[in-house]
Design a protein around this ligand. Sequence first.
Ligand code: DGT
Ligand code: CA
Ligand code: CA
Ligand code: ZN
Length: 593
Amino acid sequence: MSSGNSSVSTRDVLAMLSELASLTTLEEESPQSFKVRAYENARQALEGQAQDITGLSVTELTKIKGVGKATASKVRELIDTGSVEKLERLRSSYPPAIVELSRIPGVGPKTLKVMRAELGIDTVEKLKAAIANEELRTLPGLGPTSEAKISKAIERLGLSGKDKRTPIADALPLAQDLVAALEANPDVDRVAYCGSLRRFSETIGDIDITVGSTKPEAVMDMVRGQSVVSDLVVSGDTKTSFLTASGLQVDVRVVAPEQFGAATLYFTGSKAHNIALRQRAIDRGLTLNEYGLFHQPDDEAAADVKTGALVASETEQQIYDALELSYVPPPMREATGEVEAAADDELPDLIRREHMRGDLHYHTDRSGDGRSTVEEMVAVAAAQGYEYLAITDHGEDLAINGSSEQEMLEHREHIAEVQKSHPDLTILWGCELNIGPDGGMDYSDEFRASFDYTVASVHSHFDQSVADQTKRLVKAISDPSVDSIGHLTGRYIGRRPGIELDIDIVLEALFTFDVALEINGALQRLDAASDVVRRAVQRGVKLVINTDSHHTSELGRMEYGVLTAQRGWVPKELVVNSWPRDQFLAWVDSHRG
Ligand code: DGT
Ligand code: CA
Ligand code: CA
Ligand code: ZN
């Protein structure tokens, strides 16, 4: 065992390897380079380790399958010194603005290099200007079509301007780590992340963390000492704001423990929801602010210097109660009718994590991109208490990742074997069908229809017209073998725009053919998006909330799918995988007709 720099966690190691892979891709101008593959393989191998990898020596690390000697040394270098020399060098050659450029669809490593060398483009703003001036098209391999494509991607991803936002997949782990660190501090009474992150917006402007403590100075000291702090923006007695290395701002505020409810309510927002609550308070002769809900002072003249008697402040629940409102879950606090509904006791009977009885989008190592065995995936699902699950490895059309008919039949035998050791869990032999450019799917009609359960999804051809994409989806939905549509648009939030659809037509088809719409819980996807989900609910379309796990470490994503469903006002009764097993299986039977 080597003793290391104790502040480096497994997550830091995994993040270091991801960053090394993405920056090396830029340097070597290819994601297929030997080094990039080595970092990615090592990352996957280490992610799958149950043991604490930060205590392992280089020799011990190398014994893990998938971890080479050079990569193992970099892992140790990080643990021992807190940084990795090669990564530091790459970071200075490829600063965050360049990495951001490289993520724009249409801007590959080679294009990026020419853009930088020939036109001095090193920010999204400069790229936009070059497109506006029709300069980009003068570069080798680029033309008006690529200019238009890149320009559209910049716009759709919201990458430019001062309103630039961070995908939730980048912000949430950071906030979770910070909250966990604060929770472990004995001076901290209560702590929560608030703002758009708690409302589960898909992109985040900044992270807001609220701490309840009687020792604000000690808490602020601790926050300033965290390794994620790159630049301090505000350093006050009860508020610290800092920027992370990637430029994301974090605001941490400390309040008295008895004001924690009022503060979290205020800082969770949304601003519009707060305004509606404040108005309701005023209508009742009360005042609501970040310190609490108060009676308005009798003495009008004193109103601006002191507040009246306290009504509630300790918990959000107490404040909603005092305002004669049902408790509004954070994902619904967007002032889109929830305050009125809460006043009339007409909030939907919202789906919650504990309602979920199955997960219906699961990959195993049968898929090229799956990394855990059937046995491992099933064991974790069983431990979560699920009643049923569908193993949906990729169909044959998905080039490297798919399985032939023969392989699928062997897989069915294998699943049947595993089923024997899990009598309380119904394991369905499923498939993730690939929706081709014209809506056609894998295998013969008969074979496709023989699966116990299917999810059909788009994985390619993102650039067709709205009309063509809509036709493509409707064709898949109307296919008798299809039970659900997975990750509707194929987007990666802030990275890859999804396909564009006429949503009303798609929802109509889902309703007509009684096919369920997936809410994919992968943080990069959260697809269908919550606004589409809300429209689906209004149309009475059935929903299914899945993790799309490729590894046992991803099965916890169910919670993120549920939060997205809550943002879409999804009632429990529309979620097919919250239903008891018999009801769910009867639906699969019936809707296939
Ligand atoms: P973001 O950061 O742009 O993703 O969105 P939020 O909602 O996190 O907004 P942020 O960070 O500016 O403020 C956090 C919360 O604080 C916000 O949701 C509501 C509350 N808040 C901030 N400014 C105001 C204000 O002027 N009036 C009211 N009523 N609430 C405010
Ligand atoms: Ca915020
Ligand atoms: Ca803020
Ligand atoms: Zn999948």
